[in-house]
Design a protein around this ligand. Structure first.
Ligand code: NDP
Ligand code: BG6
Length: 513
């Protein structure tokens, strides 16, 4: 890395963990960190939070003095929590040799406290237990709200009034959904701010913790070759694609109240779009980055019905196996109109992006699982080869693909000559395939985000004005869809989604990648 390179200021090297100096900072003069997983009996806690904490512990990334306290209404002993954590734990550490030994050490730091989410008394008891383990050191406390949103405020009130730190910091990680629309989101923010300062609130969008999403800014701002092309002058369209090859099985109750636009587009895909399209931030400081994201979000046109297609999956039988319709789920009301698929064309009304369609597509129960950013460049003006060899427009168009998951990769489609004596053009990929380039596994998004919350790094968390701007774009559309009871287009489970999405893209001269 050269002396004046911006890479020098990056906090973490790609795919590596904090340096010993950074770890020392996390320890902040021998303070303790008590991490409270509120809703410890739940799905997210088991699937993501405990495994991420264990991976961090395994990699020696957690501060020297830390304890983890599970909190929920379910009755459980410390031993039962430890059993639950070790039995359900699946993470990238699973196959490591010293896993068992490390797990034993980790579990000794895990405790459980059963209590109601709205009981000051129960949180006072939790506070007492935490103090016993903090041993008189400066205590920092991180509460992770892994509970349904209707009990967020009760838990925040009790935690802040009865169990916040007396001599260190207190931070609260809040999981989505952050409301259902502009009004409910503003009400949630207002209620949270009765008990917390904005800088104590860490709103998670776990897509911001994904390796390739983090890498987006590095790609743009540390390679001379991309930034000059990053505008309407050279980019024809941008596609942001999320697809899952399974339905809402088991989460129908939650999903039906939100739908795919709120579940994926308004947060995960829009956050990627903001990072993709923002202007160069003044620095890598969290506020500078978030300021630029807000600016781009506020330059966007609110969505209208004309620019949106919605769908819902229906049952489908393939190879003797039958796959259920969305409405077959017992927790989904009969005749539900909730979209499980949506495609939309969005526009940024600023000088850099004027007229460039940003096409988003998100769906459940589709034919594959992937999350991708696809950037289609304009065709080469007066393309000599196209004209003389009749190779077709598509072949002459470059495309940059950032595959967020699975099988992380960044590749650029270029035109080249087929080797040989003749003159035939071919299309090939310049490919950065992560598994081939790096031997180390990629950390789960939750690991990075938890580590950042402990370290007080806010760059990957959503600020309240970002949230307001994001809801302002989608709220009018969501209201219209619901008031007019727009019926989603059906698509078979396991298909490519509704035909309407192709017509929408075609209107902007785009073919989905
Ligand atoms: P769960 O439904 O599993 O709830 C977590 C815990 O909260 C439960 O174990 C239960 O604990 C308690 N709880 C559940 N319902 C109620 C209720 N009505 N009243 C009081 N307590 C209740 O949620 P998840 O773990 O799936 O998700 C937690 C949060 O994370 C939610 O906000 C969710 O939207 C969000 N999220 C979840 C994802 C996932 O993959 N699961 C992905 C992204 C976000 P007990 O009964 O023991 O008190
Ligand atoms: C969550 C959504 O935020 O993200 C889920 O609520 C979705 O519906 C999940 O399945 C996808 O996350 P990942 O990391 O598995 O792509």
């Amino acid at each position: 890395v050269e002396e004046d390179s911006p890479l020098k200021t990056l906090k973490y090297e790609s795919l590596s963990f904090p340096s010993s100096e950074e770890r020392k900072n996390l320890n902040e003069n021998d303070a303790t960190v008590s991490i409270v997983v509120v809703g410890a009996s739940g799905d997210l806690a088991k699937k993501k939070i405990f495994p991420a904490l264990f991976s961090l512990f395994y990699e020696d990334c957690l501060p020297e003095h830390f304890t983890i306290h599970g909190y929920a209404r379910s009755k459980m002993t410390d031993a039962e929590l430890r059993n639950m954590v070790s039995e359900t734990l699946t993470c990238r550490i699973d196959k490591r040799v010293s896993r068992v030994e490390k797990m034993d050490q980790f579990l000794k730091r895990c405790f459980y406290h059963s209590g109601q989410y709205d009981s000051m008394q129960n949180f006072v008891e939790l506070d007492r237990k935490m103090k016993q383990h903090e041993g008189g050191r400066v205590s920092n406390r991180l509460f992770y709200l892994s509970i349904p949103p209707n009990i967020f405020i009760d838990a925040v009130r009790c935690a802040s009034m009865s169990a916040s730190s007396g001599n260190g910091w207190t931070r609260v990680i809040v999981e989505k959904p952050f409301g259902r629309d502009s009004e409910s989101s503003a009400a949630l923010t207002k209620s949270l701010k009765q008990y917390l300062e904005e800088d104590q609130i860490f709103r998670i969008d776990h897509y911001l913790g994904k390796e390739l999403v983090e890498n987006l800014s590095v790609l743009r701002f540390s390679n001379l070759i991309f930034e000059p092309l990053w505008s309407r002058q050279y980019i024809r369209n941008v596609q942001l694609i999320f697809s899952e090859d399974f339905g809402t099985e088991g989460r129908g109750g939650y999903f039906d109240n939100y739908g795919i636009i709120r579940d994926i587009m308004q947060n995960h895909l829009l956050q990627i779009l903001a990072l993709f399209a923002m202007e160069t931030p003044v620095s890598l400081d969290a506020e500078d980055i978030r300021n630029e994201k807000v600016k781009v979000l506020r330059s966007m046109r609110p969505l209208t019905l004309d620019d949106v297609v919605i769908g819902q999956y229906k049952s489908h039988t393939k190879g003797g196996t039958s796959f259920p319709a969305y409405t077959d789920d017992k927790t989904v009301p009969k005749g539900s109109l909730t979209p499980t698929f949506a495609a939309a064309a969005l526009f940024i009304d600023n000088s850099r992006w004027d007229g460039v369609p940003f096409l988003m597509k998100a769906g459940k129960a589709l034919h594959n699982k992937r999350a991708e950013i696809r950037v289609q460049f304009r065709h080469v003006p007066g393309n000599l080869y196209n004209r003389n060899l009749g190779t077709g427009l598509d072949r002459a168009t470059n495309e940059l693909v950032i595959r967020v998951q699975p099988d992380e990769a960044i590749y650029l489609k270029i035109n080249n000559k087929v080797p040989g004596l003749g003159m035939r053009l071919d299309r090939s990929n310049l490919n950065l395939h992560y598994a081939a380039r790096y031997s180390k596994e990629i950390p789960d998004a939750y690991e990075r985000l938890l580590l950042d919350a402990i370290g007080g790094e806010r760059r990957l968390f959503i600020r309240s004005d970002e949230l307001d701007a994001a809801w302002a774009l989608f709220t009018p559309l969501l209201k219209e869809l619901e008031e007019k009871k727009i019926t989603p287009e059906c698509y078979p489970y396991g298909s490519r989604g509704p035909i309407g999405a192709h017509y929408l893209a075609a209107r902007y001269n785009v073919r989905w990648g």
